[in-house]
Ligand binder design. Structure first.
Ligand code: JEW
Length: 236
């Protein structure tokens, strides 16, 4: 998969050199381009923002640097068509990012993330690229961030680990929280007793049937307790 990011804080994405995602880049499974929006300004002060039409607090990102930056990545072919790059703008007004969406996005060939700052990007940028191809507004969750960078980081981590070969053991993908609609069961490692707290004896019994049953029961209890909204709606 190819991923391009447009941001005024390219250094923010230096951490993508590390860990699983860094290895995936080295092995060529993920190709990453990070682009500084200010490289696409033409004025002396490299301005990317201006005051909002209609008034109001704060600043809005100007459309021209966005147009130049995105054209440099996407090309200027007026029709980007249905199977071209997918452009994603993180936004508090977007569709909620979920594990399901991560799975869908992990099947894409080319993702382009546009990270806004200030009060957001001039609406015409979204409108223009929606006319030329596929654009999505995506929200990480119902809280307000200062810009799109943290949201993009989270999305790339969630999407990247679903690309075949990025996570060493594909079974660990299936087993994890949310892939089966339930929360994860609690995990333990050595020592068997720590500060007076013992590992549940069933996990040391060697009885794999009993272990599976216990873990599944733990998943259901945990989900009922903290995330009942994840369980299928039951009658009565
Ligand atoms: C988020 C991108 C860019 C995503 C999630 N837009 C906007 C905006 C901002 C603050 C207040 C009101 C609107 C800041 N901001 C962003 C915020 C994504 C941008 C500028 C974002 N929360 N926040 N899930």
């Amino acid at each position: 998969m190819r991923i391009d990011i447009v941001t005024i804080f390219p250094e923010f994405f230096d951490v993508l050199d590390l860990s699983l995602l860094g290895k995936a880049r080295q092995s060529g499974l993920i190709e990453l381009g990070v682009h500084n929006l200010r490289d696409h300004t033409h004025d002396r002060h490299h301005s990317v923002d201006d005051t909002p039409y209609g008034g109001g607090a704060g600043m809005v990102m100007k459309p021209e640097p966005w147009g130049d930056a995105l054209d440099a990545i996407l090309g200027t072919d007026p029709a980007l068509v249905d199977d071209g790059p997918l452009v994603i703008f993180p936004s508090p007004a977007g569709d909620q990012f979920t594990q399901r969406m991560a799975r869908e996005l992990s099947l894409e060939q080319h993702l382009v993330f546009g990270c806004g700052r200030y009060e957001g990007i001039d609406q015409r940028v979204v409108d223009h690229y929606s006319q030329r191809g596929r654009v999505r507004l995506v929200s990480l969750g119902d809280y307000v961030l200062n810009g799109g960078e943290v949201a993009v980081m989270a999305m790339i981590e969630a999407i990247g680990r679903l690309i075949p070969g990025v996570v060493g053991n594909p079974e660990s993908l299936v087993e994890e929280s949310h892939e089966d609609g339930l929360l994860e069961y609690p995990s333990y490692t050595k020592p068997a007793s720590w500060r007076g707290l013992d590992v549940p004896p069933v996990l040391r019994s060697g009885n794999h049937g009993a272990i599976s049953t216990w873990r599944h029961q733990q998943q259901i209890e945990r989900t009922e307790r903290v995330r009942p909204d994840l369980l299928p709606r039951t009658l009565s």
